[in-house]
Design a protein around this ligand. Structure first.
Ligand SMILES: Cc1ncc(COP(=O)(O)O)c(C=O)c1O
Length: 494
């Protein structure tokens, strides 16, 4: 490319009426000229005084531009001899590829491709009937901000720097007390590791407990997010069927024990059943015999409407095979990004080092606020209040379904959690129904999305009721029902 007459070239491109400062415009144009070789390596730049005069701008502006270009390596300047365009072309022969090679698009890895192709995350995370989201509008924000303001007044350096060691010690103590009482988890504060949520807890457990290519049992169906975390860590996923009693491995599954098994015993995700005591004991025994790590995902078990919360699987484990993971996202608000894991005693040091090494923990101020929130009794009272509210919303939605469809479309899911499944006939295309519902302004998730084996998938829609105000449930359901009826003319209302 021809070397340019700098002042003319710049003058033709400067926009003197633009809001962007002159300094920035000149700098970016000159950087562009060097990168495209319009200012060839070795070219002597005009003096700052000359260029400023030619452009009709302040000399200081040009001086600052030259200083910045020098600092970033675009030009070199020697006192007395002037400023020259530097040779910035890549020197390594390997980098000088033939033109065809440089045109080839950069591609992501195979596991990256798989992750993106199977991604389940949706840009919309709020509104009727978004599953798995609590009513964040009910969060006691004033209480939280009062506690936060009080703590910031006495913030010490220790609370503001990195936080290696598994999290804020008083929070770990408060959580271990809470989990012992509310979830029958057997733990000491040291066994608690604070994370940014269940995704991170599982990621950490997988990195520390498995090797590339190891087998992992997941429930079929299961939460897509967990599947993505496991798969992108290079594990081989084995979908294990569930029935009314929870995980129900086949003889073939049992013949090839996995390294890790992921389960939701208190509230199977997404179908909602509880793992029976017999199945819990069988799984623990199998894990003990074959040295299988069990990850118990206890994501929303605070919310049971017909009975008291159920005990955890971890509480039955005498062999130290269970890693228990939980989240504050469903109890408080998902954007808080805070969760906890309870690890067996012999793994505590490894996990405390691992979490610090991989993620450079922090957020101790946030953890300190949460500690006060728990110790002052706000967590328990908020969960109690939300349990009442979500129970009402669940009932309102079920009533709306019954009055429109009778028993033609059954509701599946224990009396728990923040969502249930509205079953559709086997012939239905639940993905198409969910897409059409979204078009009508109603968020749902097709049940088929949660199965690895698409052919075995039951048909249905996941409906979250927790985040929908009581007076908006019926109207939103009517809109959804129109879509469902329109797409399945064959529904017979009994
Ligand atoms: C079964 C299950 N596990 C884990 C999570 C995510 O938890 P977290 O937000 O703490 O990462 C979800 C979110 O919906 C879930 O449904």
């Amino acid at each position: 490319m021809d070397t340019i007459i700098l002042a003319d070239w710049l003058s033709a491109r400067l926009d003197r009426a633009a809001a962007e400062p002159m300094y920035r415009q000149v700098l970016e144009l000159m950087q562009q000229a060097v990168l495209t070789s319009q200012l060839a390596p070795g070219t002597k730049l005009p003096s700052s005084r000359t260029l400023a005069l030619d452009l009709g701008i302040a000399r200081n502006t040009v001086l600052h531009v030259y200083e910045q270009l020098t600092a970033e390596g675009y030009v070199t300047s020697t006192t007395g001899s002037g400023t020259y365009v530097a040779d910035t072309a890549p020197r390594d022969g390997a980098l000088r590829q033939p033109p065809e090679a440089t045109k080839a698009p950069c591609t992501i890895s195979r596991r990256g491709e798989r992750l993106i192709a199977q991604a389940g995350v949706s840009p919309k995370q709020w509104g009727a009937f978004m599953p798995g989201v609590p009513d964040v509008a009910e969060f006691p924000a004033r209480t939280w901000s009062r506690l936060q303001a009080r703590l910031w007044k006495r913030a010490s350096p220790e609370l503001l720097t990195y936080a290696p060691g598994g999290g804020y010690r008083p929070l770990r103590r408060a959580l271990s007390d809470y989990l012992r009482v509310a979830r029958s988890v057997k733990c000491q504060p040291d066994q608690i590791i604070i994370t940014t949520g269940i995704h991170q807890s599982i990621d950490l457990a997988v990195r520390l407990l498995t090797d590339f290519g190891d087998r992992a049992w997941v429930e079929e169906p299961c939460y897509w997010g967990v599947r993505s975390v496991l798969q992108s860590s290079g594990l081989t996923l084995v979908p294990v069927p569930v029935d009314v009693e929870g995980l129900n491995p086949t003889a073939r599954d049992m013949a090839e024990p996995p390294r890790i098994a992921l389960v939701t015993p208190s509230h199977q995700y997404p179908l909602g059943m509880v793992m029976s005591l017999a199945r819990r004991r069988a799984l623990l025994e199998f894990a003990r015999q074959h040295k299988v790590w069990i990850i118990e995902d206890d994501y929303d078990s605070e919310f049971r409407y017909g009975s008291r919360p159920l005990s955890s699987l971890q509480g039955l484990d005498d062999a130290g095979q269970v890693i228990y993971v939980g989240s504050l996202g469903k109890m408080l608000y998902p954007g808080l990004r805070m969760g906890y894991m309870v690890v067996p005693e012999n793994l505590v040091d490894s996990f405390r080092t691992g979490v610090a090494e991989l993620y450079r923990e922090g957020q101790l101020m946030q953890q300190a606020v949460l500690t006060e929130f728990i110790l002052d009794g706000h967590l328990t009272s908020h969960v109690r209040r939300m349990r009442g509210l979500y129970g009402e919303r669940r009932e309102l939605l079920i009533n709306a379904i019954r009055s429109r469809f009778g028993d033609a479309l059954p509701v599946r899911g224990d009396e728990a959690g923040l969502h249930f499944v509205l079953e559709l006939p086997d012939t239905a295309d639940d993905r198409a129904v969910a897409a059409a519902a979204l078009g009508a302004g109603v968020v749902t998730r097709p049940l088929g999305h949660y199965y690895m084996n698409r052919l075995a998938a039951k048909k249905g829609l996941m409906l979250g009721y927790a985040c929908v105000p009581n007076d908006q449930i019926a109207t939103n359901f009517d809109r959804l029902a129109e879509v469902v009826e329109g797409m399945m003319a064959s529904i017979v209302v009994s």
